[in-house]
Design a protein. Sequence first.
Length: 242
Amino acid sequence: MASNVSEPRPLIGITSYQERAAFGAWHLDVSLLPREYADTVVRAGGIPVLLPPVGDGFTELAARLDGLLLSGGADVDPARYRQPVDAATEALRPDRDAFEFGLLASALAAGLPVLAVCRGLQVLNSALGGTLHQHLPDQVGHNGHRPRIGTFGGSRVTIAARSRLAGLLGTEAKVACHHHQAIDVVAPGLNVVATSEDGTVEAVESTDQEFLLGVQWHPEQDSDDDRLVDALVAAAAKRAAR
């Protein structure tokens, strides 16, 4: 169910991919995003604004947006969290890293509500000083978080009582996941508020920002449950109305 937001509807920036893509007779470098991200923002009552990873107008973007959704995608460059590249780390996108780290810094400085999804959670943790496991199967001994490339797996997560996330989803949730990396050292200023059965960090919240939530799963994949994006849009609408 969509959030009950008042007009004007909040603008929610969604980070996008910069990839080589084929459509019709064309093979081009394009800025793109799985449609589910935009659809869930619309259902929640917001206006989605796709943000291609180009340029450096971070302060201007943060001033015009009401909320930010950091989307999933390729692995973060380990140099961002001061580690050498593991052999299993894949398809680095340094241009996207530069854009999203810069945008996130401006968004946090401006107090924008932020929801970070999958890669977005890893960007958030790395940007604030944490580190990542570069290949999660080496840590947990299985491929359950990404059972097959191009297919979402399922994971059951336990959520800390009295957390913001528990207030939205309760203390347990079944979620869609597709990742081979995860948080190792948690960044200062973030609290772990959800884990999977194997101990993988599944969600974090800020200790001081009004709305800063990161989840390792893909909430946009469940069109019957928009509660996380509903909460982002509601927080963005509240901020815009001030």
